[in-house]
Design a protein around this ligand. Structure first.
Ligand code: GLU
Length: 371
């Protein structure tokens, strides 16, 4: 795989272009993100010091409508990553026939090290820095890795202060009392659940005969694990950023979720107490989870998890990409050669942006009614 994630995404584009007829003009435009502002966000920390955080908001392509995509808070965020994620959003929105182009944003930060007030100042500072690049008809941010409705509420409020009027449609994924839509928080997982059900139905696989391993236990992976568990699938392994647990007979997902929620800490998913002590389970690493002998593997954390280095060891029959870009292009070729079915991210995780569309659309009509 090329060093850069965006170069890897271009390899995918070239591979896909063998199957469709597209003008060179369109290809050239798809290969060049429309705008990639990089900003510096000064934040006054609780101890009085000033810290500067790098922020990004990439608008990849707006041919189909205002650009759309989440904002990620993660220490690994960089321009290359945000450009790639924005590129994938263009294709995701097109695959679902939503009237949006693709965008993505991010801040290079470990949000777990910030206090709630520092997080609020950072989120408001991000909007101060990018206010000229976003808007309901231009570009509409949303939640992504480690961002949530509260953060979207701060962003909407800050944008409205700058514009001197209430502009709820500037972001989606807001808290419901502020114009958010019921179901947005569970939308990515719910969409993925229906994709899994549909594909497995087609393959005539029954839930209770199907073993599943999920990497990532957050808004996408954690909720999806619970939906699959309730539908009767045998979830044998789950993990979060700290590590994972494995149990051949299947894990009790609702208890693990409850335990993780109560303990807040990420290590709760691999449990050093109560619930997990009852279970006869093994701890495994995130890398081990990817190569387990299961029917279904679901990477639902970050990009570049299945690469040329570990693809040969993947034993699952079907991989559902719930994270954005968890499989590199070189790994894709290996999985294909080994007869492993891959259901791509731009379909599997498109539930989030689809429900964002309903939220934004509803808000837009509300705005025009009150005007
Ligand atoms: N962050 C989500 C994604 O990657 C949702 C984007 C949105 O709702 O705009 O698809």
């Amino acid at each position: 795989m090329p060093e850069s994630l965006f170069a890897d995404a271009m390899e995918r584009l070239d591979a896909a272009l063998q199957y469709v007829r597209v003008s060179q003009d369109a290809i050239d435009r798809l290969k060049s993100p429309k705008a990639s502002p990089i900003v510096s966000i000064p934040v006054r920390m609780d101890d009085g010091s000033l810290k500067i955080f790098p922020g990004y908001r990439v608008r990849h392509d707006d041919t189909r409508g205002p650009t759309k995509g989440g904002v990620r808070y993660h220490p690994g965020v960089c321009l290359d990553e945000v450009q790639s994620l924005a590129f994938w959003m263009t294709f995701k929105c097109a695959a679902l026939n939503l009237p949006f182009g693709g965008a993505k944003g991010g801040i290079t930060v470990d949000p777990k090290t910030l206090s709630r007030m520092e997080l609020e100042r950072l989120s408001r500072g991000y909007i101060d820095a990018i206010a000229d690049f976003i808007g309901p008809d231009i570009d509409i941010p949303a939640p992504d890795v480690y961002t949530n409705p509260t953060i979207m509420g701060w962003m909407m409020d800050r944008y409205s202060i700058i514009k001197r009027k209430l502009v709820p449609a500037v972001v989606t994924g807001k808290p419901t009392p502020l114009g958010g839509i019921v179901g947005r928080q569970t939308a990515t997982a719910t969409g993925a659940f229906w994709v899994v059900q549909t594909v497995l139905n087609k393959l005539e696989r029954l839930p209770y005969e199907t073993t599943v391993a999920i990497q990532g236990f957050g808004n996408a992976g954690g909720i999806l694990a619970e939906l699959l568990f309730k539908a009767g699938y045998r979830l044998v392994a789950v993990s979060d950023s700290q590590g994972g647990i494995y149990r051949k007979e299947g894990l009790d997902i609702p208890s693990i979720r409850q335990y993780k929620d109560q303990n807040k800490g990420v290590d709760a998913a691999y449990c050093q107490g109560s619930v997990c002590n009852i279970l006869d389970r093994e701890t495994i690493s995130n890398e081990e989870l990817l190569t387990l002998d299961v029917d279904v593997l679901i990477p639902a954390a970050l990009e570049k998890q299945i690469t040329a280095e570990n693809a040969e060891a993947v034993k699952a029959e079907i991989v559902f990409e719930v994270a954005n870009g968890p499989i590199t292009s070189s790994a894709d070729a290996i999985l294909d050669r080994n007869g492993i079915i891959v259901v791509p991210d731009i379909l599997t995780n498109a539930g989030g942006v689809t429900v964002s569309y309903f939220e934004q659309n509803r808000r837009a009509s509300y705005d025009s009614t009150v005007r």
